[in-house]
Design a protein around this ligand. Sequence first.
Ligand code: SF4
Length: 362
Amino acid sequence: MENRSKSAASFRKKLRTWYKTHCRKLPWRENQDPYRIWISEVMLQQTTVQAVLPYYRLWIKLFPDVVSLSKAPLQKVLKAWQGLGYYQRAKNLHKASKIINDKFETQIPQNYEELRKLPGFGPYTTAAVLSFAFNKPYIALDANVRRVLMRLMSLEGEPNPNNDDALLQFLKSYLSRKGMSLLNQALMELGALVCRPKNPFCLLCPISEFCQAFEEGKQEVIPRPKKRNYAKIEAVVAIIRGNGKYLIQKRPPKGLLADLWEFPGGKRKAGEKLEEALQRELKEELSAETKKGKLLTKVHHTYTQFQVTLYAYECSLKNEPHLNKDHHKWVTLRALRRYPVPSGSAKIIKFLEKREKIHGQE
Ligand code: SF4
């Protein structure tokens, strides 16, 4: 027992010393501002630090605190999030900020149950905010920490939240309540910089002597990578212009890419030609008929759950489209920059901008 606590103390010391020397200087680590920690933790889910940094800086500039976020229009919030994916996260930040503003006098609650009830505060985000901002003794298990722990334990298989209890149990035997927050962050950083998914730098690892996978030579095969089967979708998009403006429409408020703006169009059905899909979609969405469209560009984008190929056709309509003022807008390309759009549509907009630059307004 004494040996065990001695080795746990040595584990903590090695990890702490390594972290103090090697941790990256990141903007959300400059102080313990709970709002900034909250925003960074939500952005970092499913996304790397490098990808998050420009989004985080812009976000803090636009919405420096809970109050400014709570008062911002949703469209501005979604626009700032554009490209990060999982837009529900941005909506939840927005909703939660309003509740914090109205019910908690702009202060992020420090109580687990209260915080957990706010939109978007799952077990991970709740533990991370309480631990990193308020030094509360909660452990936040992210993908990096899960991987490090699975390797330390030599636990085979895919990373699976069903194993979280076993991982927490194991980790608790090494941590003490005091300084838990710092050690939690140190494990995350170790996972990001040393115990990487592929080719971990075991020879540079401060806790290699505690690592069962390293001892068994299994660090490259634990954890087993998750299999990803992307659904492949093909969709047609109508580029409809009138008086130098483009017709865009708002997606429904629920479901995939909810509340974002896009060009009219939709999925091609099995056995349908692209032109046929275009005709059908325009009829369904705008009660409009189109003359034969001209294929302008084809773009691909991989979202988290599927890969899409968008075929953008320039169309001229034979009749007036049925429009709804809340869901359809005619906008110039310049004005379109203010609208949050899915990443696939953003690629089409880039194409149109380039075309206008070269040819001007045709
Ligand atoms: S020894 Fe290697 S596999 Fe084990 S924790 Fe360190 S970096 Fe990860």
